[in-house]
Design a protein around this ligand. Structure first.
Ligand code: 26V
Length: 804
């Protein structure tokens, strides 16, 4: 891309604005100001985009296609400006035009095409693929509505539609010429062709057009621009007569209408199955079409293409690839099967049983008869081959088909060459427990790829103050080689640098406090400890344990008026699945205690509770740089990885955590003095489970602090609660506290007391913040993605025809 100076930028911006809107930018809304800038930026990368695609094809480079039901890219303006190397120029130019970049950037909608960690990880990976110059593309769904918009009414979560495309989408390009047909329903039969060979044919299928919308994934100052392809369902042009009723027409649109707002809770709904097949089939078809242009023998497909499936949601890519290779391209089962396994790899993101996808065979058969046949045959062959080797019991436990259902994880493992977990502990649990039977069969398929986050969005864009500090101390090499952040360690005793760390944090806290004041009408003291828990609301993540601590602290302050402890602001951001009643009750509880605490002047502002509405990527960018304390308090063994833990650490927050997910690895890097570990370990949890001896009521009866806090839930102390107090109380006392909150209560409270003490000594605290920042380099998604590329996708070392 050609460089541009400030005055050139200003001219181009004015011109662009005039072209698009035919009036002056000064009188425009921020949305309009953003749209003009977005189009200008798109002009700047479009030639690199085309060139990148062409080069991959000319070089016949192996490419990876990351199939994910969810992507959470966040606003793309600043990220594109940063990656194009013109963030400063544009900022300055806009300022000279009397515009503020942050204001203009806020005119962009934040595409919430995902639920949480899994979707955000996919977007971090897209950024890292492009930024490390790797040929990698995304494949997903262009939902008309993103994840619901969360509102609090009387403290209850209300879900509103998020019409993110309302003002159009400057980044996407509709590519009708690349549309493909996806077939549903109908019947399958075997029929001879002219030469008497038998062929599989389909009848009476409903054919739906999948239209791709492509978005550029701009690499960090390296000229690479990859592609994110999101599919939209449409009635095939000219075939409207085949969908005569309103209902039938809506049925088509519905497929890509909305994202299921659930994470970690599986429901076997027809529309969800349609979505999964729709984008898997469209993606595989477009990949195969690309491969055919290379004019190579089919056996080269795995040497040119890797398909990665993000959790089991795109697992139907496996039978779909089999179908195309056999029914459309005439390969034998054996040939197709070898190619398919070599092409596909799979990541598991959860061990929660309730999140494991299983589809009813009857439903699958009605919707996808040929795909179902293929799955049944994969299963039959699997059982036939493995039973003599591993015996009936073990083999049957690995069956894809059981009790009238198809188990997607089993299909994903059997039909791929790699399965990975997302943190060391998580992978070990998969190997030793959850997927142990499969491990015995396929030990070489299993591997770990600890998650990572893109430091461009989570440091450079969201925390410019810290970015400047790093640049001025350790230079700028860390921006392309995150491990260099470790050089900051050399400044651990430098008082001036420590004071600057403090000052940067304070600025960020002021920025967030301003938001809280303006949007929520709550005043918070930027000198207080900002204690942050931001993630989906789920019982296993134990937001409720955080609440119990807040109530304990509340009692303590009430008992000791005038006590001298540091002020704390407890910050929550969380959406609950609309159907997850218990999670919604906890939301109501947090809002109720916020109301009670924030309006109690006798507390002298020693505690405040801020529950931000509608948490998402953009709010994360505001909150994370302002955090002093990072809450990673899931029951050990339950959180596969976590990624907010990494973002918060990189921004200088100290972590209070159980030994769970990737936090175990954070502990390894940062060292025990620089993190607050509490609670049971995974082994202890396993033992307690096995002993079957846990009795939460006993803890309630014997531990006065626990008793006092829990009684607050049911004795009317918290105004505004209805059934929530009693139900939550019952979950902890009557129903034996499934996630062992009471067991971990004391050690959690003690860890927080230690935080109070330590925060007092600012210099020591800042040093530990510095050491957290310095140790965060290994969690750059650039390294994660390089390991995927080398070890799973083998992007660098593909077999060339002449190697044969
Ligand atoms: C599952 C389901 C089930 C069917 C309904 C819709 C739906 C949507 C999403 C999911 C995925 C749940 C798994 C998940 O998000 N896992 C998270 O993945 C993060 C990235 O690896 C990881 O950091 C978190 O620890 C893990 O909970």
């Amino acid at each position: 891309m050609q460089k541009m100076d400030v005055s050139q930028f200003k001219d181009r911006y004015k011109k662009k604005f005039q072209e698009r809107f035919a009036f002056n930018y000064e009188n425009a809304t921020k949305q309009e100001q953003f749209v003009a800038l977005g189009h200008l930026v798109k002009d700047l990368y479009s030639s690199d985009w085309k060139e990148t695609v062409d080069t991959y094809q000319e070089n016949k480079q192996k490419q990876v296609y990351y199939f994910s039901m969810e992507f959470l890219p966040g606003r793309m303006l600043k990220s594109n400006l940063l990656n194009l190397g013109i963030l400063d120029v544009v900022q300055e130019g806009l300022a000279e035009l009397g515009l503020d970049l942050d204001e203009v950037a806020s005119g962009e909608m934040d595409p919430a095409l995902g639920n949480g960690g899994l979707g955000r990880l996919a977007s971090c990976f897209m950024d890292s693929l492009a930024s490390t110059g790797l040929p990698g593309n995304g494949n997903g769904i262009r939902y008309r509505y993103g994840l619901f918009k969360q509102k609090f009414i009387d403290g209850h979560q209300i879900e509103l539609p998020e019409n993110w495309l309302r003002n159009g989408n400057v980044w996407e390009v509709r590519r009708e010429n690349k549309a493909v047909t996806v077939r549903f329903g109908g019947q399958v039969s075997l029929e001879p062709d002219n030469e008497g060979n038998m062929h599989v044919t389909y009848h009476n299928t409903q054919n739906i057009l999948a239209v791709p919308y492509d978005t550029a994934m701009v690499g960090y100052q390296n000229g690479t621009v990859n592609n994110l392809r999101l599919w939209s369902a449409e009635i095939p042009y000219g075939e409207e007569y085949l969908f005569p009723t309103e209902e039938e027409r809506n049925g088509v649109k519905q497929i890509t209408e909305y994202l299921y707002p659930d994470d970690s809770n599986y429901e076997g709904l027809l529309l969800r199955l349609k979505q999964e097949y729709f984008f898997s089939s469209a993606g595989v078809q477009s990949v195969v079409r690309y491969f055919k242009q290379l004019n190579l023998d089919w056996s080269y497909l795995p040497d040119k293409i890797a398909i990665h499936i993000n959790d089991t949601h795109p697992t139907l890519a496996i039978p779909e690839l089999m179908r195309i290779l056999m029914d459309e391209e005439g390969l034998s089962w054996e040939q197709a099967w070898e190619i398919t396994k070599k092409t596909i790899s799979y990541t598991n993101h959860t061990i929660l049983q309730e999140a494991m996808e299983r589809w009813s065979i009857d439903m699958m058969n009605l919707l996808l008869p040929r795909i179902t046949q293929i799955i049944m045959e994969i299963n039959r062959r699997h059982i036939e081959k493995k039973t003599p080797l591993y015996g009936e019991d073990l083999t049957n436990r690995t069956a894809i088909v059981a009790n009238g259902e198809i188990k997607m994880a089993n299909l994903a493992i059997i039909g791929s060459h790699s399965i990975n977990g997302v943190a060391k502990l998580h992978t070990n649990i998969l190997i030793n427990h959850t997927l142990h039977d499969f491990y015995l069969m396929y030990p070489n398929k299993f591997n770990n790829k600890t998650n990572g986050v893109t430091m461009r969005r989570w440091l450079q864009i969201s925390n410019p103050g810290l970015t400047d500090l790093l640049d001025e101390t350790i230079g700028t090499e860390w921006k392309t080689n995150a491990n260099d952040i470790i050089l900051l360690k050399a400044y651990a005793e430098d008082k001036e640098v420590l004071a600057r760390i403090d000052a940067v944090k304070l600025e960020n806290k002021k920025r967030f406090a301003k938001y809280v004041s303006e949007e929520m009408d709550i005043e918070i003291d930027p000198n207080a400890i900002f204690d942050v828990q931001i993630k989906r609301l789920h019982a296993y993540k134990r937001q409720l344990l955080n609440v119990l601590h807040i109530l304990d602290r509340y009692q303590y302050i009430k008992d000791n008026p005038g006590v001298d402890i540091p002020k704390r602001v407890f910050i929550f951001g969380a959406k609950a699945a609309p159907s997850y009643h218990y999670a919604k009750q906890i939301i109501k509880l947090i809002n109720a205690i916020a109301e009670m605490i924030n309006n109690d002047s006798s507390l002298n502002d020693l505690i405040k509770v801020v529950f931000v509405e509608n948490y998402g990527v953009s709010l994360a960018e505001l909150i994370i740089p302002a955090a002093d304390v990072s809450e990673q308090i899931s029951l050990a063994g339950k959180e596969a990885s976590g990624t907010s833990n990494m973002k918060l650490m990189a921004n200088g927050a100290l972590t209070i955590a159980t030994m769970d997910g990737a936090t175990v690895e954070i502990y390894d890097y940062v060292g025990e003095e620089n993190i607050y570990i509490f609670g049971m370990s995974n082994e202890e949890v396993q033992k307690l489970n096995a002993a079957n001896s846990y009795n939460s009521r006993e803890i309630y009866e014997k531990n006065p602090a626990v008793k006092r806090v829990l009684n607050m839930l049911i004795d009317g102390s918290i105004p505004g609660l209805e059934d929530e107090g009693q139900d939550i109380f019952d979950s902890l006392v009557k129903y034996n506290d499934e996630y062992y909150l009471l067991k971990d209560f004391d050690s959690y409270i003690n860890a927080h007391k230690q935080i109070d003490k330590d925060f007092r000594n600012r210099e020591t605290w800042n040093r530990r913040a510095l050491l957290n920042i310095a140790s965060s380099g290994p969690f750059s998604a650039d390294y994660t993605i390089e390991r995927y590329a080398d070890e799973i996708w083998k992007l660098g070392a593909q077999r060339e025809p002449e190697d044969l």
